[in-house]
Design a protein around this ligand. Structure first.
Ligand code: ADP
Ligand code: MG
Length: 261
């Protein structure tokens, strides 16, 4: 069975893209067949996988408007494949910003991606989606297509409030559009244990969300931030970095949890 996960958080800069690309590479490294779908017009997950968003012939935009299938539009992350971290990328660039407007009058506009994924699901063990920093039609397409949501978050003061909005969106999508959708878990990222506030928010998170909080914690680690400029996820760029090891541990934890579902 294919596991389809959407990495989402309506806040920007919270580690969605970093989580999506590192998870894709981490799962690929343990032999899983992975497709990463970039749903953010900024195309950071595309570039961070070593795929140039400016020269994409086809992208997720064509898939959403129905002029290409996923096999026609997805490309291999070639540099990563050479290193043993290869996965497929359905890329994004600024074209995608137009999709929202173009889809507005279309029927089943929230289900475009789900319909496209249904045709290729058995080709992959995991399909991961990176989403933009808002709860727009692109994110909605991701949530409609997914079995589960992974929420990266920083343990900061307003984090819990933001989570309530996201939880409500997930609840509505579950009720109205996608009965399969559930919250897989909350991933604490950019964590610095020396900061008391982060420890406090982390404890609150555990108290509120219990075992929906992943055991793995991703530390703040500069190697993860440097990796995208080399067109690589951290786990491929510097295997030994603390942040990379944490993402590999997270990939393992997810496989354990995902298979339990
Ligand atoms: P989002 O996709 O939610 O906007 P990103 O994954 O792009 O967030 O992360 C925002 C910034 O933080 C990026 O510059 C990224 O390289 C950096 N970053 C993400 N995770 C970490 C981490 N664990 N340690 C250090 N820097 C990180
Ligand atoms: Mg991003």
């Amino acid at each position: 069975m294919t596991h389809v996960f959407c990495v989402a958080n309506q806040k920007g800069g919270v580690g969605k893209t970093t989580t999506a690309v590192n998870l894709a590479a981490g799962l690929a490294k343990v032999g899983k067949r992975v497709l990463l779908i970039d749903l953010d017009p900024q195309g950071n997950a595309t570039m961070g996988s070593g795929v140039d968003k400016r020269t994409l012939e086809r992208s997720v935009y064509e898939v959403l408007i129905g002029s290409a299938t996923i096999p026609e539009a997805a490309v291999q992350a070639a540099q990563l494949a050479e290193l043993g971290y290869g996965y497929s990328v359905l890329g994004a660039n600024r074209d995608l910003a137009g999709a929202e407007v173009e889809l507005v009058d279309q029927q089943r506009r929230e289900r475009r991606l789900r319909d496209a994924i249904a045709q290729v699901a058995d080709r992959y063990d995991f399909i991961l989606m990176d989403s933009p920093p808002s709860l727009n039609l692109l994110t909605l397409n991701g949530l409609c297509a997914a079995h589960g949501v992974i929420v990266p978050m920083q343990c900061e003061y307003f984090a819990l409030e933001g989570l309530a909005d996201l939880a409500e969106t997930i609840r509505q999508v579950h009720a109205q559009l996608n009965r399969n959708l559930r919250l897989i878990g909350l991933l604490r990222v950019m964590f610095d244990p020396r900061i008391t506030l982060q420890q406090q928010v982390s404890a609150q998170l555990k108290a509120h969300y219990g075992d929906k909080v992943f055991d793995t914690v991703i530390p703040r680690n500069v190697r993860l931030a440097e990796a995208p400029s080399y067109g690589m996820p951290g786990v491929a760029f510097d295997q030994l970095a603390k942040g990379s090891q944490a993402y590999v541990a997270f990939a393992r934890e997810l496989v354990r949890r995902g298979l339990r579902a």
